[in-house]
Design a protein around this ligand. Structure first.
Ligand code: FA5
Length: 342
């Protein structure tokens, strides 16, 4: 038996040394050590040997099996290293000292516009606040005067969470929290991502950005609102824009308006973008409803305020001449290149 095992060992060592690929090595392993292999067969037929010899033979076979397993494992490492070296020598060579060839990323158009607006409002004394993306029903609706079963909720098809909270449908959801945090007087803007279960088209996404603003003080009027909006929008578009107000209904403002700007492309003459109207609808706004002030802990007899809700995604679209809002969420770098950001 000793002689037989010695021969098996020599044969296997030659076979292992001749293998050049990991797949072939695995195949060889199962041939040698598998059920049909010579060593397994010896163990299966142990009964045919003299009883006194069996433990010795069993041990010798198992020792040899372990030795072969180790040799195969060693060979596997050698083959793996060879393969890696081959790949490094060919196409996958990496030289970390070379200058960067890949294109660097850049800020998203919405972030650029958001930061511009933040800067403009900061210079006018506004603080920039954050809002939550997951909100309570109270903050998103009730605290802005949209109680349960109010038809205005139908305008904002809402993603409800199982715990009764929701994905905020409007940046107005932060109004109550900010009023409670600062009291009056206050000047704040609060940009944020909003979610609505919309039918998607070139100007509607289910995930979009708004930028809301509030100014609360004594004797705040529509005149203040017009001034701030005109100044901001003219700064953003680097043009002296005109603004106009039309009546608009939002339960949290009274009176409420839709604010239009003179078309920045045709300067009010009428073109494709403004659909020949000379005006572009940009921003719902109004004077904050006394009930909303009260819910925010502010004395509505003493203070008044304005609020506006800019569609930030749509503003970025206009600024960069993007014709389909969905491109902004596409993550497609070609969009950035095309609009000249990269
Ligand atoms: C509101 O969301 C109000 N909270 C705005 C407001 C604030 C009014 C403060 C008064 C005072 P509205 O649903 O119209 O209003 O949305 C405001 C802007 O968000 C729209 O003018 C539009 O520019 C943008 N917007 C709304 N829905 C979408 C959408 N699905 N995709 C992209 N932009 C949208």
């Amino acid at each position: 038996m000793e002689e037989k095992l010695k021969k098996i060992k020599e044969k296997v060592e030659i076979q292992i040394s001749q293998v050049e690929e990991i797949n072939s090595l695995e195949k060889l392993k199962s041939e040698i050590l598998g059920r049909k292999g010579e060593l397994t067969q010896i163990l299966k037929n142990l009964k045919s040997y003299d009883e006194s010899q069996r433990p010795k033979i069993g041990k010798a076979v198992n020792d040899l099996k372990r030795l072969i397993e180790n040799k195969i494992e060693e060979k596997k490492q050698v083959l793996k290293n060879q393969e890696l070296n081959k790949r490094l020598e060919s196409e996958e060579k990496v030289d970390f000292s070379l200058p960067v060839k890949e294109e660097l990323g850049s800020l998203h158009p919405i972030t650029i516009v958001q930061r511009e607006i933040e800067e403009i409002f900061r210079t006018m004394g506004f603080t920039v606040e954050d809002g939550n993306e997951v909100e309570t029903e109270y903050n998103n609706f009730e605290a802005v005067n949209v109680p349960k079963y109010h038809p205005a909720r139908d305008m904002q098809d809402t993603y409800w969470l199982e715990n009764g909270q929701l994905l905020k449908t409007q940046t107005s959801a932060a109004q109550n929290r900010i009023m409670k945090k600062y009291g009056a007087p206050l000047k704040a803007i609060f940009p944020g991502r909003c979610f609505r279960n919309e039918d998607l088209d070139a100007s509607h996404e289910n995930t979009f950005f708004q930028l809301e603003g509030m100014m609360i003080d004594k004797d705040i009027s529509v005149a203040n609102l017009i001034y701030f909006m005109k100044t901001t929008l003219s700064e953003i578009f680097k043009k002296d824009l005109r603004v106009r107000l039309r009546p608009g209904f939002f339960p949290f403002v009274e009176p409420g308006f839709e604010l239009d700007v003179s078309c920045m492309y045709c300067e009010g003459k009428g073109c494709k973008v403004c659909k020949q109207a000379g005006w572009i609808e940009l921003c719902p706004c109004g004077l904050i409803h006394p009930k909303v002030l009260k819910m925010g802990g502010i004395d509505s007899e003493k203070y008044s305020g304005f609020a506006f809700g800019l569609g930030l995604s749509r503003l970025a679209m206009m600024k960069y001449g993007i014709t389909d809002l969905r491109l902004l969420n596409s993550g497609d770098l070609r969009v950035l290149k095309q609009i000249g950001i990269k």
